[in-house]
Design a binder for this molecule. Structure first.
Ligand SMILES: [Zn+2]
Ligand SMILES: [Zn+2]
Ligand SMILES: [Zn+2]
Length: 211
């Protein structure tokens, strides 16, 4: 039989069993005898009831026209859909996205995993799109950052203006207080002058013609 590694390079293989969310009993019944992974797009050789990935067995049959298990005559036309029980077992499985190492932690049902991987944003196939998307987002953020900075500068200017206005008002208050103190001093000095006058008047001798 051809080695597993040989198929790695040419055939779209089944799903590695460590990608299953839950291990199940009789998992070996769902493994492809060629790639040893969980069958992908399964078909069976009706005579020996062996399951294969469609790609694996078709690739095999391009070089050999016998079943790799029982060595009986086998052609692609003789391949059949898998039995219902195998299909039901497969449908119950959840499989991890193949792009875990690139950052995807999704699990999908056996039915949907291929479709998910096709559209998964971690699929290298979309790398250019994703990079472009990230770049666009970054540009957008830079523009937003710039406008925020402008707004901040404007706010700072307003703050400086307000501080100046406040200082101006403070100065006015100080000036008014000084003016008031000056007036107080004038009042005090006027009062003193008045009191001195009154004192001088009261000490002045009476005029002779009055006595
Ligand atoms: Zn296979
Ligand atoms: Zn067979
Ligand atoms: Zn994914």
């Amino acid at each position: 039989m051809l080695s597993k590694l040989y198929f790695l390079s040419v055939v779209n293989m089944g799903f590695e069993t460590d990608r299953l969310k839950k291990q199940i009993t009789f998992i070996e019944e769902l493994l492809c005898v060629i790639c040893h992974n969980l069958v992908d797009n399964p078909v069976q050789h009706a005579e020996c009831e062996t399951l294969f990935c469609k790609d694996c067995i078709e690739d095999w049959l391009t070089r050999d026209n016998t079943c790799p298990v029982d060595r009986k005559n086998l052609t692609t036309e003789m391949l059949r859909p898998p039995p219902r029980i195998s299909r039901k077992m497969l449908e119950s499985l959840e499989i991890r996205c193949d792009f875990l190492s690139r950052g995807c932690t999704n699990y999908e049902t056996y039915e949907n995993i291929k479709e998910h991987e096709e559209s998964c944003i971690f699929n290298p196939k979309w790398e250019n799109d994703y990079t472009a998307h990230l770049k666009e987002k970054l540009d957008q953020q830079q523009v937003e950052g710039l406008s925020l900075r402008t707004e901040l500068t404007q706010k700072n200017k307003e703050l400086v203006d307000l501080k100046e206005q406040l200082a101006q008002k403070d100065m006015e208050v100080v000036n008014m207080k000084e003016g008031l103190a000056q007036k107080d001093r004038e009042v005090v000095s006027l009062k003193e002058r008045l009191e001195r006058r009154v004192l001088v008047c009261s000490r002045r001798p009476r005029s002779p013609n009055v006595s």
